[in-house]
Each structure stands twice: as C-alpha cells, then as structure tokens.
Design a binder for this molecule. Sequence first.
Ligand SMILES: Cc1cc2nc3c(=O)[nH]c(=O)nc-3n(C[C@H](O)[C@H](O)[C@H](O)COP(=O)(O)OP(=O)(O)OC[C@H]3O[C@@H](n4cnc5c(N)ncnc54)[C@H](O)[C@@H]3O)c2cc1C
Length: 378
Amino acid sequence: MIERAIYTEDHAMFRESVKKMYAQELTPYVEEWETKGIVSREFWRACGNNGMLLPDIPETYGGGGLDFKFNAILLEETALAGTTGPAFGVHNDIVAHYINNYGSETVKQHWLPKMASGEAIGAICMSEPSTGSDLKNIRTKATPVEGGFLLNGSKTFITNGLNADVAVIAARVGDDSGARAISLFVCGCDQAGFIKGRKLDKVGNRSSDTAELFFEDVFIPQENMLGKQGEGFIYMMKELPQERLSIAISCQAAAQHAYDIAVDYVKERQAFGKAVFDFQNTRFVLANLKTNLQVGWAHLDACIQALVDGKLATHEAAAAKLWHSELRCKVVDDCLQLFGGYGYIEEYEIARLWRDARVMRLYGGTSEIMKDLISRSI
Ligand SMILES: Cc1cc2nc3c(=O)[nH]c(=O)nc-3n(C[C@H](O)[C@H](O)[C@H](O)COP(=O)(O)OP(=O)(O)OC[C@H]3O[C@@H](n4cnc5c(N)ncnc54)[C@H](O)[C@@H]3O)c2cc1C
C-alpha cells in the first residue's frame, strides 16, 4: 500500500492501541457475537475505558477532543479485524454528532459523557416500515403537549436497536406533509412507551443487532428536540455526508481484509501440483483487486481529509459511499471464488465477509439514491 499521508504519529499510536485492545477484547468474541446476533455491552464498556468512543467530540462532554481521523481509524481497524459488528459509525459518527451539533446543553451533558464511557449506546431512527429512501414521507408523529411532545409511530431496520440506550428519532410535528414538518428528537430508550421489537434475522452483519422499534405516547421533553422545529430534514442532509463516509471507510478496510486473507489462502492451497496463487488467472484477479484497493485508499484519504477540512460535499460523500461499497462487494465475491467450495462454508471467514458486504449498498442510502444525489450535482 502507498504510504498514507493523512495520519500523524498520534494517529499511528492510537491505531496501535486499538489493534492491541482488539486482540484481547474483540477478536476472541466475534464468533460469539455472530451467534447471539448482538455485540456484548462489555465490549462497548471496554472501548469506553480505553478512550476509543466519541474521539472527535469535545473533552468537556467526555469525548477525545480529537479529529475525525481517529474515528476513521476505529472504523478501519474494526473492518480489518474481520467484523462490522460494533456499529461505531452509528454511535460515534452519527448519534454523538447530532447531539453535539444540535442538542441543548442539558441533553449534551446528560448523554455525551455516557456515550463516551460506553455506558450508553446510540441508535439513529429514520427508516420506517413504509419508507426508507423517501425520508420526507416518514409517519412517526410528535404531538405537542405541555412541556414537550408525545411520540407515536414505529421505526424499522434500526442498528443497535436492542442494545440502544439513547436514540435520535426523526418525527413529524403537526399535520403538515413534506420535509418542513420533520424534526429530530433525543429519547432515552427506557422511556415509558418506548418498545423494542424483534431482532431482525439478517443475511449478514449478524453480530450487529438490527431491530424494530415502536413508540406509544412516549413523552419527550421540549429540551430534547434537536435544534429548531421543522429543521430536522436540513440537519439530516448536513450529517449524512459523514455517515456515508463512515460506511465508505468500513467498506475499503473490509475489502482490504478480504484480499489479505485470500492472498494467504491461495499461497497455501494446492491444485494440479502447484499453489493456486501460481495460476495466471489467480495472479491477474489479485492484481486487479490490488490495483483497485490502491486507488481506493488514495480516494478514501482524500475524502477523509476533505471532511476534516469541512470541504466534503454531499455529492462527493455519496460518490464515496457508492464506489467503496460496490468495491467491497466486488472484492469479496472475487476472493470467495479463489477459495473454491470452502469459500461457501461458514467455517471460512470469507463466507461471512461475503454475506456482510451486501448491506453496504443498501443502508445509509441505497446505491440508486447515491447516483441520484450525484447526478443532481452535474
Ligand atoms: C442491516 C440494516 C441496518 C440499517 N440500519 C438503519 C439505522 O440504523 N437507521 C435507519 O434509520 N435505517 C437503517 N437502515 C435502513 C436503510 O437505510 C434503508 O433500508 C435504505 O435507506 C433503503 O430504504 P428501504 O429499505 O425502505 O427501500 P426503498 O426505499 O423501499 O427502496 C426499494 C428500492 O427502490 C429503489 N429506489 C427508491 N427510491 C428511488 C429513486 N428515487 N430512484 C431510484 N431508485 C429508487 C431503492 O434503491 C431500492 O432498490 C438499515 C437497513 C439495514 C438492511
């Protein structure tokens, strides 16, 4: 890999500490989380104890007071460790940012330190049974009452849905239709009427708990509204580039990991009296993947730097999400092929990496929605 210029000594030290922590606290538990369909709360706590949560949130709220590159390292190392179970993208890069950027002082002081310590796990609740891509049409409703709102409705596909202690929820206030009626709220998941539904049985990404949520007259105090009433859609559009870049980062690193384990495998596996690596087809497939990965890292680093500089445009983040998620799917599929029949057997990690990849072209906005966003910038 070409030396990456965006990271400093401090970033390198952080990366080493994450690797070390993962060897003890993550790698030994991946299979258990896959079977249980959920990452343990102890792991989140351990991350908090090691100063790995909320890297770029101000220290006054318990965060690291660092830059987004530390968040990126966490995403990279998680994918390089072969899992996308712990949803750091949701917790660190989305929920904490909504609260930090738009929350009242009370809300920030209440939730951010808990999220930084791993005591509270975050969820972002936008998608509903009847709408995902078309967020302007959400139906969950927040009805104004004395001192706040009563929330009614349901959400689906919510990452960290079962583990979550705090949720950022998009809801419609009043009877208006369209984007101007949408506001965002912070809600503790132990509030009366906040019901966690079933854990969804997914094709892949199984160690990440994904659930349905139901709201029945959940009281939300006025101070838990994020920013101004009716501006929720604007905030979502502002925050989505970071969410999409987070997905792109995970995808690039997961693709690299699949490539790395495939190289090891084909150098060991023998066929027709030689290593599978020695067939010209294998070397050409790997050469293609290696080239794509090299280009991918360079592009990713440019995007990470642009985000840190506050210059990553919405359409650029959409392009990154589109390209890196499609790259990941292509790489894991080509790598699985190199494993032959073993690639289809669950005991082999490549099988799980292949299953885990598919959702990346769906969540955080589908590939089609990314293309639509990019095309609007042309
Ligand atoms: C594992 C998982 C985790 C998730 N985590 C979360 C989460 O934490 N929080 C959350 O809020 N959501 C989450 N989601 C939801 C995810 O973001 C949505 O599934 C996604 O945005 C697509 O919405 P949809 O499923 O309703 O599909 P639909 O919007 O119904 O789309 C169906 C098809 O139509 C296409 N389509 C729709 N509109 C257009 C258009 N304008 N032009 C062209 N094609 C179009 C889509 O690309 C897709 O192919 C998660 C989903 C999954 C599977």
